[in-house]
Design a protein around this ligand. Structure first.
Ligand code: AMP
Ligand code: TRP
Length: 353
């Protein structure tokens, strides 16, 4: 339900805080480089699962988020299309999921401004992603990088999305989205925005670097050996896994044996995610083996899963106009949902128009 209803304490509603809202899934990925195995396992593969859940799904290429740090324009264009190709190749179907780029739906930025005025400096100051990305030289970070979480809240709430599948690193941003929704509803005495649930599920919500088990696998890591890219060929994937950092011990038979062994845990978790299994079950099969034996098994699994996807991405990238047409169609559908929500938000806030 998109109408404003009278204020009540949502926590008191026996049907849950979002009882009045149509369930809707939204998520996004930044086109700020190539896709990694972390994006695939932590996000895209789960987007595809949600597509079959019977709930409306919207998936975005968040190009406006990407430019909060410098992006070369030609590379940004390429990365946006490649991300769309990744969505499609992994199994998102534009007739069942709405796929679009953020900049083509101006309602995101319209709502973001309102949220800039709802969120407090203190809330944004606590965001760990800002601290990590801004580094020591905060004075030189873009204003957009600081306000990034308000735009993210707008991405989600402009569709009244109730569920957001993301990796572990986005939990704090979703919590901020909830705080913004609650403060808006309270300030204006309405029950207009849902209190969105982060959906952080599965064994691979935090895939770690292949070179350092304490760091997240990331497209922005300077070392290409730290990550598996969705466009890597079979030999590259095998080489990266062969060279992945490990310890000298054999694999344990139980999960407790992974304590203090971040690199070992990461490889087993990746294996479990790719095999559609869990860490405990994998260890009952591979416990006692050396990494020299386990790594080729993992490489084989990774290649089997990723090769067809990267081949399909390459095929789709031969026809950028077809990708652009899918994104344009997605933007039309997205605006159908977003425009009335922004219109109503402006009325609630007191804009005349
Ligand atoms: P980003 O590449 O930062 O735009 O992230 C897009 C999505 O992928 C978000 O839901 C992230 O949480 C998820 N993600 C990125 N890196 C990883 C990782 N190493 N492990 C699990 N999920 C990840
Ligand atoms: N901040 C997310 C990331 O870096 C990307 C993102 C932007 C997003 N808007 C979103 C994710 C809305 C989920 C929902 O991974």
């Amino acid at each position: 339900m998109d109408a404003v209803h009278t204020q009540s304490d949502p926590a008191d509603d026996p049907a849950g805080p979002n009882a009045g809202f149509t369930p809707r899934v939204f998520s996004g990925i930044q086109p700020s480089g190539g896709l990694t195995l972390g994006n695939y396992l932590g996000a895209i593969r789960r987007f595809v699962e949600k597509q079959d859940s019977g709930i409306e799904t919207l998936y975005c290429m968040v190009d406006l988020h990407a430019i909060t740090v410098w992006q070369d324009p030609a590379k940004l264009r390429h990365a946006t299309r490649e991300l769309a190709a990744g969505y499609l190749a992994a199994g998102l179907d534009p007739t069942r999921s709405t796929m679009f780029n953020q900049s083509q739906v101006p309602e995101h930025t319209q709502l973001a401004w309102i949220f800039n005025c709802v969120a407090r400096m203190g809330w944004l100051n606590r965001m760990t992603q800002f601290k990590d990305k801004a580094g020591k030289n905060r004075e030189n970070a873009s204003v957009g990088l600081f306000a990034y979480p308000c735009l993210m809240a707008a991405d989600i709430l402009v569709y009244h999305a109730t569920e957001v599948p993301v990796g572990e690193d986005q939990k704090q941003h979703i919590e901020l989205t909830r705080d913004i929704a609650i403060k808006f509803n309270t300030d204006f005495g309405v029950d207009f925005f849902p209190v969105t649930e982060p959906v952080i599920e599965g064994v691979a919500t935090r895939v770690m670097s292949l070179r350092d088990g304490t760091k997240k696998m990331s497209k922005s890591d300077p070392s290409d050996m730290s990550r598996i890219n969705m466009t890597d060929d079979a030999d590259t994937i095998a080489k990266k896994i062969r060279k992945a950092r490990t310890d000298p011990e054999a694999l344990p038979s139980e999960e407790a044996g992974l304590e203090g062994r971040a690199e070992a845990r990461n490889l087993v978790a990746i294996y479990a995610a790719l095999a559609g299994s869990d860490v405990e079950t994998v260890l009952t099969e591979v416990g006692g083996r050396q990494f020299s034996e386990f790594k080729p098994m993992l490489a084989e699994l990774a290649v089997a899963e990723l090769s067809p996807i990267s081949a399909e991405m390459a095929r789709l990238m031969e026809d950028p106009a077809a990708i652009d047409a899918i994104l344009a169609g997605g933007a039309v559908r997205a605006r159908e949902i977003a425009a009335p929500i922004v219109k109503r938000t402006y009325e609630i806030v007191g804009m005349v128009g």
